[in-house]
Design a protein around this ligand. Structure first.
Ligand code: COI
Length: 356
């Protein structure tokens, strides 16, 4: 349904920014398009959304998000092939956005309307969607608590906004990622906010990420907060381990993000005949499996990361090289199928891709 109240203020053509000459050379999320979408919530209701020139936010220094972290976001992508633009399961992102909002006691948005408004914005910014395989226009719907107040309680005012950033792959080229298994810090505990895409989860991950970087690893694999033993997620992606013909991933028990790429991988691999289990996976089972050869491949799955092969795991001072350290056969097939489907080059038998 077209939002008749959607106001649009366009940047004059001659003032629009130059687009990156080679998107593959641009670090992830550093270039933004000419326009953004904003919508404010106050007096118990959302006010009409606006598409307007990309600009800095004006926030009161006492805005609740700046003090108590009431803020959430989503990550989704628009893809392009020739003149056609595509979205991949976008309704799932808005569904998860509202689940995060509910968990953080924030106002919910109208999911269908938000999708229509996003499509409107994307039509305006269509020329910003890069074409090459593995590139896309990254979409960041965000909501922050804007009420000016220092008392700790849910905000009565919110700002919802959407910004767009042309991106290449999150990890430079499709090469195996080196991951440090966190042996000291944890990301989320049962009953906490681990399944919400809320800002604080990412802030909480930075200390371990710093340690990983110092050790020469680029990502952190979290273990559960109770036993410090079971695999959770990588923070920027969910993790899959292939033990012979079983594909295993951590179950959704409130401590990890319910990834949309994760869900898509589960669907596709079940269809391809794999035994797929969402189960508790002890880290020692993975390390023993790597040593015995039972672990054939490990990969991450996420919107930004797509499918990322994992080449090495560090745990308590030792480095474990997964299989031959290269890209697994299932990892490659998933990457090719997903990226092909997302730009209309591979048959979409699940009806996941919508043309804008
Ligand atoms: C995404 O995959 O879209 C994410 O939100 C991960 C991001 C923090 C890079």
């Amino acid at each position: 349904m077209i939002d008749m109240t959607l106001e649009v203020e366009l940047v004059p053509h001659e003032q629009r920014k130059a687009k990156p000459a080679d998107i593959l050379q641009v670090p992830f999320g550093t270039v933004f398009t000419d326009h953004m979408l904003s919508m404010e919530y106050s007096d118990g209701k959302w006010h009409p959304a606006r598409i307007h020139p990309y600009k800095k936010l004006e926030l009161d220094p006492s805005a609740l998000v700046l003090h108590y972290g009431q803020g959430i976001f989503e990550g989704m992508k628009a893809y392009r092939r020739f003149d056609k633009c595509f979205l991949f399961r976008p309704e799932k992102n808005f569904e998860r956005f509202n689940a995060s909002a509910t968990r953080m006691v924030m106002a919910n948005i109208d999911e269908q309307q938000a999708l229509e408004n996003l499509k409107h914005l994307l039509k305006i910014e269509k020329d910003w969607i890069p074409q090459a395989r593995g590139t896309s226009l990254y979409i960041r719907p965000t909501m922050i608590a804007t009420e000016s107040k220092l008392g700790v309680r849910p905000s009565l005012e919110y700002l919802y906004y959407v910004i767009l950033s042309p991106v290449g792959p999150y990890f430079k080229s499709f090469e195996p990622v080196k991951i440090m298994v966190a042996d000291k810090y944890v990301r989320a505990a049962k009953g906490g906010v681990g399944s919400a895409k809320t800002m604080g989860n990412y802030a909480a991950s930075l200390m371990a990420a710093k340690k990983a970087k110092e050790l020469g690893y680029s990502q952190v694999l979290w273990l559960d907060a109770h036993d410090n033993r079971y695999i959770e997620e990588v923070g920027t992606m969910n993790l899959f381990i292939r033990f012979d013909d079983e594909l295993a991933t951590a179950p959704l028990q409130g401590t990890i993000l319910p990834g949309i790429t994760r869900d898509s991988v589960i669907h596709m691999t079940k269809d391809w005949g794999y035994t797929v289990n969402e189960r508790k996976i002890p880290i020692d089972e993975v390390l023993e499996g790597i040593q015995s050869g039972k672990v054939l491949e490990i990969f991450g799955a996420g919107t930004a990361a797509v499918i990322a092969p994992v080449g090495n795991l560090w745990y308590k001072g030792d480095d474990y090289s997964v299989a031959d350290g290269g890209i697994g056969q299932l990892t490659q097939k998933l990457f090719d199928t997903l990226t092909g489907m997302q730009c209309g080059q591979v048959e979409d038998k699940y009806d996941w891709v919508s043309v804008i």
